[in-house]
Design a protein. Structure first.
Length: 350
């Protein structure tokens, strides 16, 4: 005689009692949550948002009167996605904040697991030092501090210096992999190489033939605006704009041609006046900074007018398109580097 086992149909009361017993044993029914865990397309809690640097700058300067760089260690106002309150995230995996350093101040040396980029928003002539080598920063330069490298900042100029910090803090946090160290003297690292050394070693289509493989991260840590802006203009002079990208370049690590940081990709884009990109989606959440020009970006059904200094976040898989009234130059960073390493990144050109 054969026996057939069948799932018993029970009412809500019996099911609730069963679920209660599961919870008491640290168990949970997958069938109740499967559709929210394995989704047909990405679903992110992050939302599209725009900040205006001109509106934030006075608040940063006010912070400079209320708290010293020594007290704060890093005097930063976080750009917090309103859909992720209290989590210090601009997207699910990325952090963004605007940092101020005043004349004569030093932000002491530390190092940490997190990768960081600095995109200079205002000021001229302050420095970031990486493992004892300084690079002097100018507006719209890109400066890197790869994870695990000692870095400090100082301002020897006559005016305030402000930059956008982009880090993978939320990603490292969800992986429970954060480590950080400070120098015992709470000061800056001793100078070990003259300013510009890394650029001459790594930024001229050359590299040392016996370079140390043990040095973590990208050895080229400064990408000057004067260089990358000229590259965009050269691209424009030689070919038509891509229908979805316009003129788009990715900042590269000279060691392997890959992304500038192991977890973060960075990009420079020029959209010519009067040009509109075709709609597209991609799985990487992206932060844009408007460097020059004006126009608008449409993210799903929301249109944001764009002007110099605006900072906009485009969530994962949100449909977007750009239109330039004047030539639009945009710096961007995203978690594409991480997604590509994990074979997760996708795009859809519409």
């Amino acid at each position: 005689m054969s026996t057939m086992l069948t799932a018993r149909s029970s009412g809500g009361e019996g099911r609730a009692e069963f679920y209660s017993r599961l919870r008491s044993r640290s168990l949970a029914p997958l069938w109740e949550v499967l559709s929210s865990l394995v989704t047909p397309v990405p679903r992110t809690p992050a939302q599209a948002v725009k900040w205006s640097f001109s509106a934030i700058r006075p608040l940063l300067l006010e912070a400079g009167e209320l708290i010293t760089a020594a007290e704060a260690e890093r005097r930063v106002l976080i750009l917090e996605n309103p859909a992720l309150p209290g989590e210090s995230r601009i997207t699910s995996t990325l952090y963004a904040g605007l940092q101020l350093i005043l004349p004569g101040e030093i932000a002491p040396a530390h190092r940490h697991t997190q990768n960081a980029l600095r995109f200079i928003m205002d000021g001229d002539g302050a420095f970031t030092a990486l493992d004892g080598e300084r690079t002097y920063m100018h507006k719209y330069d890109l400066v890197l501090t790869p994870g695990g490298r000692w870095h400090d900042h100082g301002n020897e100029s006559d005016g305030p210096m402000i930059w956008l910090d982009g880090l993978d803090i939320p990603l490292v946090r969800v992986l429970d992999a954060s480590f950080a160290e400070h120098r015992d003297d709470r000061g800056a690292c001793p100078t070990t190489r003259p300013p510009g050394d890394a650029t001459w070693r790594w930024g001229r289509n050359l590299r040392p033939s016996r370079h140390a493989d043990s040095t973590p991260g990208n050895p080229l840590f400064s990408y000057p605006f004067a260089d990358w802006r000229t590259t965009l203009q050269t691209l424009r002079a030689s070919e038509d704009p891509h229908p979805h990208d316009a003129y788009l370049m990715e900042f590269a690590n000279p060691l392997d041609g890959g992304p500038v940081l192991t977890t973060i990709s960075a990009f420079a884009r020029l959209t010519p006046a009067g040009f509109a990109t075709r709609p597209m989606r991609s799985s990487d959440g992206t932060v844009h900074v408007i460097v020059e020009g004006s126009g608008w970006i449409e993210i799903e059904d929301i249109r944001f007018e764009l002007a110099e200094g605006d900072i906009i976040v485009v969530p994962s898989w949100a449909k977007r398109r750009l239109h330039a009234d004047q030539d639009l130059v945009i710096f961007s960073y995203s978690d594409r580097a991480t997604q590509r390493k994990l074979s997760l990144w996708r795009e859809s050109l519409l």
